[in-house]
Design a protein around this ligand. Structure first.
Ligand SMILES: Nc1ncnc2c1ncn2[C@@H]1O[C@H](COP(=O)(O)OP(=O)(O)OP(=O)(O)O)[C@@H](O)[C@H]1O
Ligand SMILES: [Mg+2]
Length: 577
């Protein structure tokens, strides 16, 4: 937090100076009261009275102006700090590897970024300033009270011990409630994310789970009611107790001032000024104690936010990167004795995979579902890092290359296509912001999707809808291919969708894929024989191991697993009857 505040230290110093100035200025009022009561009124000194009264007005006006300035300045600083924090959390989470997002429930991240960072806002924007202002007022008032009468001042101190004890109790309660509340809020967020997204609603409708989902939401929301009420009410009884104690003090003070043993020859002006000061002490003192409460309660928020900020980035830029120039790279990809295990995997997803893909060649990965094809392909773009062995491009370990450079060299078309909610043009430009219209049309043509786009009423300005649900699977995949072609990577990773496409679409996707892999090193995960047949190397994976590799003909001759897979595929292709 200190780091976030550091850039604003001069503004903060100014804020504190303003606070000290206005609190000190406000202390003049009781002394002016004493002047009026003890001097101006008894002696009927009109000029003195006029000056004293004018002074009181000036003090009020002065503190008001300083207050406005201070609020403006501190709110600005606070908002900038919040902005810094939000951006830091977003940027840091974006650098996390896929493992983090696999582990984290959808909606949890949004909730922490919005609800928890948002909840810290009031603490960050107002706590520091109200602490400074309350502290100065309390100290100043205490000094002034002691100057007026040290006996009465001592008497006023008796309220402090019970006040502090009560505050600590309330603070602990609030912290527990806040932790629970934020957790419930995140749950609620996740349920919105899961239940009210396109895929979620689709699932709810097809499984008839809508009513159950609504009930679950209602239950979480209902829990939140109780927590919010408890959070608002925690400490209200403390406030009531404190105001009763405080209200009793003036009575004790009048008594003490009236008794000859304790009065010490006090003037009426002093007594009035003293009670005025003592009355003024209540609010800042309670303010100071409240800060304790809200700071303790907000620790719950801080720990949730900093838990994310403190996450190590496991797939990061190397300390001393090796240059891999996208313009000159040849694109030879090697997997050298690669092993990989998912953090929660009980058996390795990849085991001693050793493959070389010469520059410009095509490697087809085949194997049963779950055999590790997507996992192996993910290592090239560093979506995962191998647990043992290494992956190299032109002999350079991909872990020694800056991630941004690697992204320029390796293009990935994933199994599931994600499109941003925007127009087709925006989605394509997302891959290359400075792409010209001509480049975009060319990429779309090569991906066999231009005709389709051109046929839409709005053409390239058609809004794709959330995650691209507006398009069919085959169409989305060709859009994704167009997007990748626009980046023109030397190494292309294609994770073909498993879903069956109709013949027409399949042919279009096939042409798009052939076009995409021309002149590039391509690692294709294929579920269709037609894609695999022409590959330079075919590797058959089984439970994370390469069990066969060679060309289509070689592997057919071997008559092993590939021959069986290919035979099954041929048979499937023959129309029944
Ligand atoms: N994030 C993950 N955490 C743990 N295990 C995973 C994770 N992703 C995949 N696995 C496991 O690793 C193994 C290989 O998965 P992978 O996705 O690479 O298979 P695949 O060959 O691409 O299958 P498909 O043909 O169905 O796409 C599977 O057993 C899978 O359950
Ligand atoms: Mg896969």
């Amino acid at each position: 937090m200190a780091g976030l505040f550091r850039p604003h230290r001069w503004q903060l110093t100014l804020v504190i100076a303003l606070i000290v100035a206005s609190s000190t200025l406000a202390l003049a009022t009781p002394f002016l009261i004493r002047l009026v009561i003890d001097e101006a009124l008894p002696r009927q000194n009109v000029p003195l009275l006029a000056w004293a009264v004018a002074g009181m007005v000036a003090v009020t006006a002065g503190t008001a102006v300083l207050g406005v300035l201070q609020t403006w300045l501190s709110t600005t600083v606070g908002q900038h700090v919040m902005h810094g924090l939000r951006t830091a959390v977003f940027t840091h989470l974006q650098r996390q590897s896929l493992g983090f997002f696999t582990r984290t429930k959808g909606g949890e991240v949004q909730s922490r970024l919005m609800n928890d960072v948002g909840g810290m806002q009031s603490v960050v924007t107002s706590t520091a300033t109200s602490a400074a202002s309350s502290a100065t007022t309390v100290i100043g008032t205490a000094v002034a009270m002691a100057a007026l009468s040290w006996r009465l001042s001592l008497l006023s101190l008796v309220v402090l011990p019970p006040a502090i004890a009560l505050t600590r109790k309330v603070a602990r309660m609030r912290r527990t409630i806040t932790t629970q509340r934020q957790r419930h809020l995140a749950d609620l967020h996740s349920q919105v994310e899961e239940g009210l997204s396109l895929s979620g609603v689709l699932l709810g409708k097809t499984l008839g789970a809508g009513p159950a989902q609504s009930q679950r939401f209602a239950a979480t929301s209902d829990d939140l009611v109780g927590l919010e009420v408890r959070s608002q009410l925690a400490g209200r009884w403390r406030m009531a107790t404190m105001s009763i104690i405080f209200a009793g003090i003036p009575a004790v003070i009048y008594l003490a001032a009236g008794l000859p043993a304790t009065s010490g020859g006090m003037t009426i002006g002093t007594l009035v000024a003293f009670t005025a000061l003592q009355g003024n002490l209540f609010r800042p003192l309670m303010g100071l104690l409240d800060i304790g409460v809200s700071l303790t309660a907000s620790m719950a928020l801080f720990s949730r936010v900093f838990e994310y900020l403190d996450l190590p980035v496991d797939i990061d830029d190397p300390a001393s990167p090796v240059r891999l120039d996208a313009a000159t790279v040849r694109g030879e990809v090697r997997f050298e004795h690669v092993g990989f295990r998912y953090p929660d995997g009980h058996r390795p997803a990849l085991d001693d995979v050793d493959l070389t893909v010469p520059a410009g060649a095509t490697l087809a990965l085949v194997g049963e579902t779950g055999s590790g094809k997507s996992t192996l392909a993910s290592l090239v773009a560093r979506l995962n890092d191998p647990t043992s062995g290494r992956v190299t491009i032109d002999g350079v370990d991909v872990r020694e290359v800056r991630l941004a450079d690697l992204a320029r060299v390796v293009g990935v078309v994933t199994q599931e296509t994600y499109l941003l909610h925007g127009t087709i043009r925006e989605n394509l430009r997302h891959a290359k912001p400075d792409a010209t219209d001509a480049e975009m049309l060319d990429a779309a043509r090569r991906a066999q999707v231009h005709e389709l786009i051109a046929g839409l009423p709005d053409g390239y300005d058609t809004v794709v809808g959330a995650r691209g649900h507006r398009f069919s699977g085959g169409e989305k995949q060709r859009l994704a291919i167009a997007r990748t072609l626009l980046r023109d990577p030397r190494v292309l990773v294609l994770d073909e969708a498993t879903s069956a496409l109709d013949n027409e679409t399949e042919r279009a996707v096939q042409v798009a894929l052939d076009e995409a892999s021309r002149g590039r090193t391509t690692i294709a995960i294929a579920h269709r024989l037609s894609t695999v047949r022409d590959a330079d190397i075919i590797a058959v994976l089984d439970s994370g191991r390469v069990v066969e590799q060679g060309t289509h003909e070689q592997l057919l001759d071997v008559g092993g697993r590939y021959a069986r897979l290919a035979g099954a595929a041929e048979r499937d292709a023959v129309p029944a009857g």
